[in-house]
Design a protein around this ligand. Structure first.
Ligand SMILES: NC(=O)c1ccc[n+]([C@@H]2O[C@H](COP(=O)([O-])OP(=O)(O)OC[C@H]3O[C@@H](n4cnc5c(N)ncnc54)[C@H](OP(=O)(O)O)[C@@H]3O)[C@@H](O)[C@H]2O)c1
Length: 322
C-alpha cells in the first residue's frame, strides 16, 4: 500500500441560492491509497467491477450547482445515475483520468478515460459505466479537450442539436447562453448546417466574440433588452424554427411567443433558475399546442453511445486548426 496525499474538494453542506466559496473546502490528507484492487473482483453497489483512476483534468460545469441541493421528484431512478453530492464527501463531475487498476473488462491499467469522476487526485470509481475510453491518443489533440469540447460539453451540443432539433438548411436557430461552452458549439454546428443563427449572451465582449469569431449571424445582450419578446421579433421576424435552450426562465417564455409552427426546442439546461429559491413561472406554454412545437429535454448521459460518431464529425475540424 502506498502513502500519498489525496487532495479532495468536499461539499460542506447543501446549498440554497447562490453558492459561496465556503460551501466547499479542500482537504489534503496523507492517506494510504491502494493503487491495486484486491485480487478478487470488487462487486460494488452498482454491480459493476470497480476501477481506480488518477484524475488528470476536471471540468467545472453549471449542473454541479444543481447537485448541491436535493430537488423534489429527482433521484437516481429518474436520472439513471447518482445525482446529489453528499455533504462531507468529494463532489464529482466530468474529467479526464488515467486508469491505475481495473477489474472491469473494458478497462486496464494505463488506459485514458473521460467521464464522471470525483474532485480528488485519486478515485475509486464504483460505476465505471460512466467512464469512456479515449481512443485517439495517437493524434495531436490535447488530452484536456476530453474534459470539454471532445467530452460531455461537445457531445451535449452535438446530440442536442442533431438528435432533438431535426435541423434543416436555412432554418432560423436561436441559442441562449450562446457564448458558453455548449452554446458556442451549437451555434457553430448550426452554421455548418447552413442555418441562420442568432445568440444571446450577457456582455458586449461576448456579443462581439459570437459575431466576429464564432460566426453567428447576429447576437444580442439579453441584459440590455427591456422586452425579450420585442428583441426576438427584431432578430426573427419570420419566427424561430429551432431554439437551443440553455437558460429557461424569462427567455424561454419569450421564445414560445416567437416560435414557428412545428418548431423544435432542445431543453438542454435552465441556468437562469439554478440559484433561485423559487423557480420562475413560464406563462406561454399554450404555444406548444398552438404551434405544435416539439420540446425535448435531454441529458447527455443517455447518449454516450453517440460519442464515436461525434468524434468522427468534430475531430477533423479541430485537427485542421491545430
Ligand atoms: N442536458 C445536458 O446533458 C447538459 C450538459 C451540459 C450542459 N448543460 C446545460 O447547458 C447550459 C450551458 O452549459 P455550459 O457548460 O455551456 O455553461 P458555461 O460555459 O458555464 O456558460 C454558462 C453561461 O450561462 C450564462 N448565465 C448564467 N446565469 C444566467 C442567467 N441567470 N440567465 C441567463 N444566462 C445565464 C452566463 O453567460 P452570460 O454572460 O451570457 O449570461 C454563463 O457564462 C446550462 O444550463 C447547463 O446546465 C446541459
Amino acid at each position: 500500500m502506498t502513502l500519498v496525499r489525496n487532495k479532495q474538494v468536499i461539499l460542506r453542506n447543501y446549498v440554497t441560492t447562490f453558492p459561496k466559496d465556503s460551501d466547499l473546502y479542500v482537504t489534503s490528507t496523507t492517506a494510504s491509497v491502494k493503487f491495486k484492487l484486491p485480487a478478487h473482483t470488487i462487486i460494488t453497489t452498482s454491480k459493476e467491477p470497480a476501477v481506480i483512476v488518477k484524475n488528470l483534468y476536471l471540468s467545472c460545469d453549471p449542473y454541479q450547482r444543481l447537485f448541491m441541493e436535493e430537488i423534489p421528484g429527482v433521484d437516481e431512478s429518474t436520472y439513471s445515475q447518482r445525482v446529489y453530492y453528499t455533504p462531507g464527501s468529494p463532489i464529482y463531475g466530468y474529467g479526464v483520468a488515467e486508469v491505475l487498476d481495473s477489474h472491469h473488462p473494458d478497462f486496464k491499467a494505463g488506459d485514458l478515460v473521460w467521464g464522471t469522476t470525483n474532485w480528488e487526485q485519486y478515485s475509486l470509481i464504483t460505476t465505471p459505466k460512466s467512464l469512456n475510453k479515449i481512443q485517439h491518443t495517437d493524434t495531436d489533440v490535447p488530452l484536456s479537450y476530453y474534459a470539454g469540447i471532445l467530452g460531455a460539453t461537445g457531445l451535449t451540443a452535438y446530440v442536442g442539436f442533431y438528435e432533438f432539433c431535426s435541423p434543416k438548411k436555412g432554418e432560423n436557430v436561436f441559442v441562449s447562453a450562446a457564448a458558453g461552452a455548449v452554446g458556442q458549439l451549437v451555434g457553430q454546428i448550426a452554421k455548418l448546417m447552413g442555418c441562420y443563427v442568432v445568440g444571446s449572451a450577457g456582455t458586449k465582449q461576448k456579443i462581439d466574440l459570437l459575431k466576429s469569431k464564432f460566426g453567428f449571424d447576429d447576437a444580442f445582450n439579453y441584459k440590455e433588452e427591456s422586452d425579450l419578446d420585442v428583441a426576438l421579433k427584431r432578430y426573427f421576424p419570420e419566427g424561430i424554427d429551432i431554439y437551443f435552450d440553455n437558460v429557461g426562465g424569462k427567455m424561454l417564455d419569450a421564445v414560445f411567443l416567437n416560435m414557428s409552427v412545428h418548431g423544435r426546442i432542445a431543453g438542454c439546461g435552465m441556468i437562469s433558475q439554478y440559484n433561485l429559491d423559487q423557480p420562475e413561472g413560464v406563462t406561454n406554454l399554450m404555444h406548444l399546442v398552438y404551434k405544435r412545437i416539439r420540446f425535448h429535454g435531454f441529458t447527455v448521459r443517455d447518449h454516450y453511445h453517440l460519442h464515436p460518431k461525434f468524434l468522427d464529425f468534430i475531430l477533423p475540424y479541430i485537427q485542421s486548426l491545430i
